[in-house]
Write a protein that binds this ligand. Structure first.
Ligand code: BJW
Ligand code: ZN
Length: 255
């Protein structure tokens, strides 16, 4: 028999309805029901099949750029074929409603799939880049790539001829400074902070939950399973984001 989704505690709803500043940090789990694999889920996660050190580091790209760009090109095409789900749409709706009432809603994502933007979320702070943005490894020229598979690997820069790479953040690389600063400031001033569909294992993104908690925010985890953040937050909503987020947003915004 299907497990009943948890009820949302009244104390959480009261805090959420009163919150002027709402911050949501999302991870791969929010896109799971759009058909995009997570990274660390035991059987279905990308890192169960592929070694991140051979694909998601600057050293891997230097050693075998062809292998790395082919893998990222396949993932780029896969996310372009996927659609936002009810969880993405609920977050976009929450932003609309809160901003209409004069509140502040900040969506921070570790995801590289752009599904939040396609669902209608605005000003998303992308901490780990985007699969559809590629940049030259030498001159830094950046371009959006929403077309078919690249004709050659690695793709070449039209300006200088050097290899292009996905504009994502690999292990050991700095996060985009402006996006992370905005995320940190939002976490410091949040009344309500939600971590949705993230294992909370990758820094510095995961640390934002602690920043918000230390600054006095009500903190919430929405996740299908227990994580490194479960003991840090005030409330845990256990289940699929595409079910729990619409229910939470409906209860909070009263529609
Ligand atoms: C569902 C669900 C459903 C499933 N509904 N939920 C401090 C301590 C230790 C290490 C470090 C540290 N500071 C920095 C580091 C090093 C490193 C790091 O964090 N390592 C740890 C892993 C040990 N960090 C970095 O290197 C970062 N850079 C940095 O810190 O720069 C400064 C610096 C430079 C040099 C030296 C030192 C410091 C960069 C991190 C870049 C991460 N990049 C990736 C790949 C992006 C490109 C690509 O897509 O290929 O980003 S790794 C991967 O993990 C991806 C994700 O954004 C990120 C987070 O994963 P996420 O989203 O949490 O996914 P999962 O799979 O882990 O979890 C999914 C969750 O969903 C699970 O909990 C499920 O239960 C749940 N779920 N279905 C709801 N339907
Ligand atoms: Zn170039």
């Amino acid at each position: 028999m299907a497990e009943a989704a948890p009820t949302i505690p009244e104390s959480l709803l009261t805090a959420a309805r009163a919150a002027h500043g709402v911050v949501v940090l999302t991870g791969a789990g929010v896109s799971a029901e759009s058909g995009i694999p997570t990274f660390r889920d035991a059987l279905t996660g990308l890192w169960a099949k592929y070694d991140p050190m051979q694909l998601a580091t600057p050293q891997a790209f230097a050693a075998d750029p062809r292998l790395v760009t082919r893998w990222y090109d396949q993932r780029r095409l896969a996310v372009l074929a996927c659609q936002p789900n009810a969880g993405h749409r609920a977050l976009a709706r929450w932003q609309d409603r809160l901003e209409y009432r004069g509140g502040r809603f900040t969506l921070i994502t570790q995801n590289v799939d752009r599904l939040h933007q396609r669902a209608g979320s605005r000003d998303v702070a992308e901490l780990h880049g985007a699969l559809t943005r590629w940049r030259c490894s030498e001159c830094g020229q950046v371009g959006e790539e929403t077309g078919p598979a690249f004709a050659q690997h690695p793709p070449r820069c039209a300006a200088c001829g050097a290899a292009r790479r996905p504009d994502v953040v690999w292990f050991g690389e700095q996060l985009p400074v402006a996006a992370f600063e905005r995320a940190r400031r939002a976490a410091e001033s949040a009344a309500l902070f939600l971590a949705v569909g993230t294992s909370g294992t990758v820094e510095p993104a995961a640390g934002l939950v602690r920043v918000a908690a230390a600054a006095g925010a009500t903190t919430v985890e929405v996740n299908a399973a227990a994580t490194a953040l479960s003991d840090v937050v005030d409330h845990v909503l256990r289940g699929p984001a595409a079910v729990l987020l619409p229910r939470l947003v409906d209860c909070v915004t009263g529609c």
